[in-house]
Design a protein around this ligand. Structure first.
Ligand SMILES: [Zn+2]
Length: 1031
């Protein structure tokens, strides 16, 4: 039996140490049963604390949740009965929603483990029968008074705390009977010994009567705890800890009463983290060769709890007052401006920051202790500063200028001013993510923030787009925050969408449109897999939280917003809607429905469809539609189905989308005015054109999130039109045809011969986006053949690619080029040509490298060509050593990263093994670069099996550095497995990941890897003969 064969994100095992408590843990099997069966009349009544806050879209019946906040009444018997009723109500609403056309669930789950499931059903049934018996036994005796009722309350089975006492809480999510109002944090980091002590004072408000306070804490050693109720005296309390859930708790013998205020004060000590999250230490070597240490934070999603005890869920917003001590030659930064500095008796300085003027989620808190230097500028009411290590200050001008322009743009666009008095952008020498949007203190990887004056526009594009993304978060995410991680896309989809659209206005010379188009294609590729997930999806474990940071939340989120904007009448409708949303929910938390409701409210056109109705079909189900079009005279028929890549073609879903299908035709195809819209809500739809046409192109400029199949005749007509005149369609439309036909070949709907036929038009193509898309697709196939060791085909594929693009390749220059679009085209073409050993390309690259080395830093390689040149250098023994030597000395990080890729692209296996090991060690090559090293090694033939071995051997060390489910781990798995296509490799990959159990076997990226290998295998079996014949 294949445990990965089922369409599941379910966990195979009960949570760690929680076997006793499975009833109260979000066990997916239990949830499924609750959804698809009426065999279980009810669940036991829970006490109000058992009612954890849950956003509307991820309610779990097993918890007996209601939609509304609970109040004190619910502790009496009547409300227990009501709670029981609520279970019923929720169940029926779940049924209602599952019968809605947009929430039809994907394929039936395969019954791979009938016996386990049956066991779970039986155990559950017994538990429920027992609970019902207890309820029935107690209810008659209940006098419907509080006393009578309390006896009747079902007592859950609690886990055991570290001190042996029962821990008073069993769920992953916190209870919401207590709300934090403000935190007062004092931190004393010791960078010499890599430890810190802290004191956290939390002011809280009691929402419902309760005998416990439960909050988060991870790896903190709590040394003293006091508690004060109302105006009473503080007294010492015992803190219990349950490590598997990162929770601590204080129990009380008497109820804390709703409406009361209380204060918990916790003293603690901890080590600075050695990974990239929590309060972590980092270091760099300065220009004099001295090691300089620093400490910084990265809390999103679940690591604020590693720096201070807190209610670490996004919906628990509060204010923060932060104090940090430091040595006199260091500086500290936090979300707010510094209020005062005092000299401590031990000779250290203590900086106190203003109390936050806004309520914020814990994951947005940040602080840094370092010796950085700033440059600053006033923008409206805000002081904008960029910080870096002192020797890189000369690379900060561009970021300051760009951030200032973007801040002005967003203030104006959202009609809400950025609410803080300062905004710092800080380049951290060792930082895993691209950047993090902490409120008022955005942290970046150096390559995402620093560019030299000489840098190429492509490097500036990276800095501008990351800055635009993080600044957009100051509104989307910081001001209005998703209630829970299931709706992460509300943060990330929006920031990604704004990142591209703001730059089109603010810095049009960066030509960001090509990049946005390419990321939409990649989001489609990922979302076509069965292992994909709905944009808004249930999240119940830390690993699942980590996994939400993927291209579905980011790029698909952005794509569906683009589609919505493009389908609304007038260009201001969408903007009005999001202004309304931001104003209505400013300072609060939301879920997906709140956004659609705001957008629906501002609609002026009554004929226009309801936004909620349309968009919920895109956020509540995974995947996207394939639209097939057939044209008979002036009659057009469209049909939709789920574009689902499966290796057996046997899985079908009945998912339907509400698709705003756009189209143009041969008489009018370029101007936006030519665009017509037909809304396809049902399986198929028909409409009439004003007259007959030669061809139709659907999904004008690829603003919709769907793929189109034109049928044999439709494709032939488009092909002919393009071979007569490529300019008959926009370049986005041409790129979309190329992307779609490769996708259809992977789906098995068109033969690869059709793909090659379409590509014939490319000899006349000169625009960036169609060429780069075609190159990417062909290179993918080339690498598959290469890894398959299909030698004769590899050679023919190489000739095919080079001959198709030879005239374009020959036209490329090797000198400075200003246009970003031309740089993108040139670097893609030359990287392909040099990788395929095209002689004039490698000669040019070698000559440029030689000139660069001999000039001793005075001659420059154009930024967009550095990668090509360093890759070629990486292939020769002598140049590799030169490059290696330069890598150790170069300070400019963007160039340094390209050198690293050049080093990792070597085909010398001893060097490959060396570079993988160095990446893990983290001295010469920072560990943050390991995912990049692995992906580069995997692209080459010599190293991909070594890399796979390396990952298996070092898995535990990898997940120590990069959490299970994190984007870094997703990248590593994908790099190592996406080019495999044989049964033997499939078995190996499957065997390894299933042996990991809770160390990673349940990850969605593992399922994705296995699916991809199967699909590669199927594609190869089907298309190798075609390739033999036609290449
Ligand atoms: Zn983001």
């Amino acid at each position: 039996m294949d445990p990965f064969d089922s369409n599941s994100t379910e966990r195979a095992n009960l949570p760690r140490n929680m076997i006793e408590n499975s009833m109260f843990e979000e066990e997916p099997d239990v949830v499924d049963l609750a959804k698809d069966s009426t065999a279980f009349p009810t669940f036991p009544a829970l006490d109000p604390d058992e009612v954890a806050y849950e956003p509307r879209s991820s309610r779990l019946l097993v918890r007996g949740l209601g939609e509304n906040d609970m109040d004190e009444d619910e502790e009496d018997c009547e409300s227990s009965a009501r709670l029981l009723g609520m279970s019923f109500m929720n169940r029926s609403s779940a049924h209602r929603s599952s019968s809605s056309p947009y929430s039809r669930q994907a394929p039936p789950r395969s019954c791979s483990r009938p016996s386990a499931r049956t066991m779970v059903v039986c155990v559950l049934f017994l538990v429920i029968v027992a609970s019902m018996t207890m309820v029935l036994y107690f209810l008659p005796g209940c006098t419907f008074t509080k006393t009578g009722c309390r006896k009747a309350t079902f007592e859950p089975v609690y886990p055991v705390s570290t001190n042996g006492e029962l821990f008073p809480w069993a769920l992953f999510r916190l209870p919401h009977s207590i709300r934090p109002l403000s935190y007062d944090l004092t931190l004393n980091p010791d960078l010499d010994n890599m430890i810190f002590t802290g004191c956290t004072v939390i002011n809280m408000f009691v929402l419902h009567n309760t005998k416990r306070i439960v909050l988060h804490s991870a790896n903190l050693n709590i040394t003293k705890a006091t508690f004060k109720l109302g105006d009473g005296e503080p007294s010492d309390v015992t803190v219990l800890e349950y490590k598997p859930n990162h929770q601590i708790a204080v129990k009380f013998s008497e109820d804390l009463k709703a409406g009361q205020h209380c204060v918990l004060t916790l003293d603690y000590s901890a080590s600075l983290s050695h990974t990239y999250d929590g309060f972590y230490n980092s270091s760099y070597i300065d220009k004099d060769g001295n090691k300089r240490v620093l400490a910084a934070t990265q809390f999103e999603p679940l690591s604020a709890r590693k720096a201070f005890p807190c209610f670490d869920e996004p919906a628990f917003k509060a204010t923060f007052l932060i104090r940090i001590s430091r040595k006199p030659d260091f500086l500290t930064l936090s979300n707010m401006p510094k209020a005062k500095t005092t000299l401590l008796p031990n000779g250290l300085m203590q900086d106190e920051f203003e109390k936050t003027s806004v309520n914020m989620s814990t994951y947005l808190v940040a602080f840094i202790v370092a010796n950085f230097s700033p440059i600053s500028k006033n923008v409206s009411e805000t002081l904008v500063s960029v910080y870096s290590v002192p020797e890189k200050m000369e690379h900060t001008d561009y970021a300051l200028d760009t951030a200032s322009k973007l801040l002005e743009f967003y203030n104006d666009f959202f009609e809400i001013n950025y609410p803080l008095k300062k905004l710092d952008l800080v380049a951290i020498p060792d930082f895993l993510a691209g950047a993090m949007e902490n409120w008022g203190l955005i942290t970046f990887r150096e390559t995402s923030l620093l560019v030299g004056k000489q840098s190429s526009p492509m490097e500036k594009q990276v800095v501008a787009s990351v800055t635009a993304h993080e600044l957009a978060h100051q509104w989307f995410g910081n001001l209005v925050t998703m209630s829970w991680w299931n709706d992460l896309w509300l943060n990330e989809g929006f920031a990604t969408y704004m990142q591209y659209t703001s730059l089109q206005t603010v810095l049009p010379q960066l030509d960001i449109g090509n990049l946005f188009l390419a990321v939409r294609f990649r989001a489609l590729d990922k979302d076509a897999l069965n292992s994909s997930h709905a944009v808004s999806t249930e999240v119940n474990t830390p690993e699942q939280v980590e996994e939400m940071f993927d291209s579905v939340s980011y790029e698909k989120g952005a794509s569906i917003l683009l589609m919505l904007n493009a389908s609304l009448p007038g260009d201001q409708q969408f903007r009005k809607g999001i202004i309304q949303y931001l104003k209505q929910f400013s300072g609060f938390n939301t879920d997906t429905d709140d956004l659609w409701n705001s957008l629906t409210q501002v609609e002026v056109s009554t004929q226009h469809q309801n936004v909620s109705e349309m968009m919920s079909s895109w956020t509540s189900q995974k995947g996207f539609p394939l639209v097939t079009v057939s044209l008979k005279g002036d009659q057009v028929t469209l049909t939709q189905e789920h574009f689902l890549l499966t290796s057996d073609n046997a899985t079908h879903t009945s998912s339907l989308w509400n698709i705003p299908v756009t189209y143009v035709n041969d008489s009018c195809s370029l101007d936006p005015e030519c665009r017509q819209v037909f809304t396809l809500k049902t399986k198929s739809g028909t409409f009439k054109l004003p007259g007959s046409v030669k061809w139709l192109k659907l999904n004008y400029r690829n603003t919709g999130f769907y793929i189109v199949h034109y049928g044999d005749e439709g494709w032939a007509a488009l092909r002919e039109a393009l071979s007569n005149n490529v300019s008959v369609l926009t370049h986005e439309d041409r790129a979309s045809l190329i992307h779609n036909i490769f996708a259809l070949s992977r789906l098995g709907r068109v033969s690869f011969r059709h793909v090659l036929n379409l590509l014939n038009y490319l000899s006349n193509e000169t625009e960036t986006s169609p060429v780069t898309e075609a190159l990417l697709q062909l290179n993918n196939i080339y690498r598959l053949l290469d890894k398959r060791q299909a030698h004769s085909l590899v050679a023919r594929m190489k000739n095919y690619i080079l001959s198709h693009f030879s005239s374009l390749i020959n036209k490329q220059t090797w000198t400075e080029e200003d246009s970003v679009s031309k740089q993108e085209l040139r670097s893609a073409l030359l990287e392909t040509a040099c990788t395929l050993n095209e002689e004039s390309c490698t000669q040019q690259a070698k000559a440029l490298f030689k000139q660069y080395v001999e000039s001793n830093g005075t001659s420059r390689i154009p930024g967009d060509l550095q990668q090509v040149v360093f890759n070629v250098a990486g292939q020769s023994t002598e140049d590799w050593l030169t490059l290696h030597n330069m890598y150790g000395h170069v300070t400019y990080d963007s160039e340094k990263r390209k050198m690293l890729r050049g080093l990792a692209s070597t085909q010398d296996v001893r060097r490959i093994v060396w570079i993988l090991k160095e990446g893990l060690k983290g001295d010469l090559i920072q560990t943050q670069e390991l995912p990049l090293v692995i992906s580069t090694v995997c692209n080459g033939f010599a190293g991909y099996l070594f890399a796979w071995d390396f990952i298996q051997e070092n898995w535990d060390r990898l997940i120590e550095k990069f959490p299970v489910g994190s984007f870094a781990i997703q990248t590593i798995i994908k790099s190592a497995t996406s080019q495999l296509s044989t049964q033997a490799h499939l078995h190996q990959v499957q065997g390894f990941f299933s042996s990991l159990k809770e160390r990673g076997s349940q990850m969605r990226s593992v399922q994705e890897a296995l699916e991809t290998i199967r699909l590669n295998q199927r594609w190869m079996d089907k298309n190798l003969p075609t390739l033999q014949k036609w290449l």
